[in-house]
Design a protein around this ligand. Structure first.
Ligand code: FAD
Ligand code: FES
Length: 365
C-alpha cells in the first residue's frame, strides 16, 4: 500500500510539473506576430514568432543555404541581421569571423524570432526554388555510392552554375520521425537543366544517405531546393587542377563537362583519389573524355590497391600524386572536393606548387 501511494504521489507530481512546463512554454514562447524587414524595407513579412529565422524564411519560400538541417554544424546559413536578433550564441561563434561579427552576421538557424527583426538577404538567394522531382534512374556506382537522376516537373527548368549544390529533402521513414535535408553537389552539366544528377555516398547510420540508398526507387518523388553555393569555375588562368575523393567527384564532373561543352580554353587536370579499385567509378567515362579532348587529363590514383586489383595506375595518397604531376602552378587555379582532411592537405601541396589558397576553391564534406 505504501509503495502504491509513493508511486501515485510521484506520478501526480510529475504530471503537475509537466503541465507547468507546457503552460510556461505556451506563455513564454508565444511571441505572437512579428515582422521581418528584408533589405531595408524591400520586403516585409508578417510571421508567427517562436521558430528559427532559417525555418521561418523557408516557410515563406525564401531558401537560405544550409547543409546540416539547422544543427549549427555547417555554418552556411549566415545572414546579416541588423536588428532584433538577441545576443550571439556560443553555437554561432565558431563560424563567424571578427569582421562578420562586427557586421552583424548571424547563423539563421540559431536566431529565434521573438520580436520584429531587420535582415539583409543577397539578391541571388531569391532565385532559389523548390522542385518536386521524379527519380528517373538510380545507378549503383560503387559498393557505397549511388548516382541519382531527378527529373524536374514537365515544363520546369533550373538555372545553376557548374559546381553548385542542391538541398535534398527526406520524408520520415523507419525510426526517423521527421523530414531532414542535406546538401548534394550537382553532377550534370548546366545545359541539362530539366534534371538534376546527384552522387550520394552512404554514410553509416546517416539519416539522409540511408534514406536515399534504402528507401528510394525509380519513379519516386523527391523534394529538392536550390541551387546554392559559391564553388564554381572562376577560370582566370590557363590551367586548373581538380582533386576529388569519393562522392566529391560530383561538382568536378559538372565543371569538366561545362568547360568541354563551352569550348573554354583551359587545360584541366583531374586527380581522383580512392583506396582500392572497388572505390573507383566512372573510370571508362573519364578516360574516354580524356582521349577525345586534348585539354583534359584524368589521373585516378589508389592509396592502397588490393593485390586482386591488378592496378597499373598511380599509387599513393592523392597529395603525393599531385605533387608528382604539377610543376609550375603560377598560372593555375585549384578546385577541390572531398573530406576536410584531404582538402587541407591538398591546399598545402598546391601552395608549395605556386597556387596560393586564394586561388583554390573547395567544398568540404
Ligand atoms: C556543400 C556540400 C555539398 C555536398 N555534396 C555532397 C555530395 O555530392 N555527395 C555526398 O555524398 N555528400 C555530399 N555532402 C555531404 C551531405 O550533405 C551530408 O552531410 C552527408 O551525406 C551525410 O548526411 P546524412 O544525413 O546521411 O548523415 P547525418 O545523419 O547528418 O550524420 C550521421 C552521422 O555521420 C557523421 N557524418 C556525417 N557526414 C559524414 C561523412 N561525410 N563521413 C563520415 N561521417 C559523417 C555525422 O557526424 C553523424 O554522426 C555535401 C555537403 C556539403 C556541405
Ligand atoms: S544551417 Fe547549418 S549552421 Fe545553420
Amino acid at each position: 500500500m505504501e509503495i502504491l501511494t509513493t508511486v501515485l504521489s510521484v506520478t501526480v507530481i510529475s504530471v503537475f510539473l509537466a503541465l507547468i512546463i507546457i503552460v510556461a512554454e505556451y506563455f513564454f514562447n508565444n511571441y505572437g506576430e512579428c515582422e521581418i524587414d528584408i533589405n531595408n524595407g524591400d520586403k516585409k513579412l508578417k510571421v508567427e514568432g517562436g521558430s528559427s529565422l532559417l525555418s521561418t524564411l523557408s516557410g515563406q519560400k525564401i531558401f537560405i543555404p544550409s547543409a546540416c538541417g539547422g544543427k549549427a554544424t555547417c555554418g552556411l546559413c549566415k545572414l546579416q541581421v541588423l536588428e532584433g536578433a538577441g545576443p550571439l550564441l556560443p553555437t554561432e561563434e565558431p563560424y563567424l569571423s571578427q569582421d562578420e561579427r562586427k557586421n552583424n552576421y548571424r547563423l539563421a538557424c540559431q536566431v529565434k524570432i521573438k520580436n520584429n527583426i531587420r535582415i539583409m538577404i543577397p539578391e541571388e538567394l531569391f532565385n532559389i526554388k523548390e522542385y518536386i522531382t521524379t527519380i528517373e534512374s538510380i545507378e549503383q556506382l560503387t559498393h557505397d555510392i549511388k548516382g541519382f537522376r531527378l527529373k524536374l516537373p514537365a515544363g520546369e527548368s533550373v538555372s545553376f552554375k557548374a559546381g553548385q549544390y542542391m538541398q535534398f529533402h527526406t520524408k520520415p521513414y523507419a525510426k526517423i520521425k521527421e523530414s531532414v535535408y542535406r546538401a548534394y553537389s550537382i553532377a550534370n552539366v548546366p545545359s541539362d537543366n530539366e534534371a538534376i544528377e546527384l552522387i550520394i555516398r552512404q554514410v553509416p547510420d546517416g539519416i539522409c544517405t540511408t534514406y536515399a540508398h534504402t528507401q528510394l526507387s525509380e519513379g519516386d518523388q523527391v523534394k529538392i531546393s536550390g541551387p546554392y553555393g559559391d564553388f564554381f569555375l572562376r577560370g582566370d588562368c590557363s590551367e586548373i587542377v581538380m582533386i576529388a575523393g569519393g562522392s566529391g567527384m560530383a561538382p568536378i564532373r559538372s565543371i569538366i563537362l561545362y568547360v568541354l561543352e563551352k569550348g573554354i580554353d583551359i587545360k584541366m587536370n583531374f586527380f581522383f583519389g580512392a583506396v582500392t579499385k572497388k572505390d573507383l567509378y566512372y573510370l571508362e567515362y573519364f578516360h574516354d573524355l580524356a582521349e577525345r579532348h586534348d585539354n583534359f587529363r584524368f589521373i585516378p590514383a589508389l592509396s592502397k590497391p588490393a593485390p586482386e586489383d591488378n592496378w597499373e595506375g598511380e599509387v599513393g595518397l592523392i597529395t603525393e600524386v599531385v605533387e608528382r604531376y604539377v610543376n609550375d602552378g603560377s598560372d593555375m587555379e585549384g578546385y577541390l572536393c572531398g573530406s576536410p582532411g584531404m582538402i587541407n592537405a591538398c591546399i598545402n601541396v598546391l601552395d608549395k606548387k605556386g597556387i596560393p589558397e586564394a586561388k583554390v576553391y573547395y567544398d568540404k564534406f
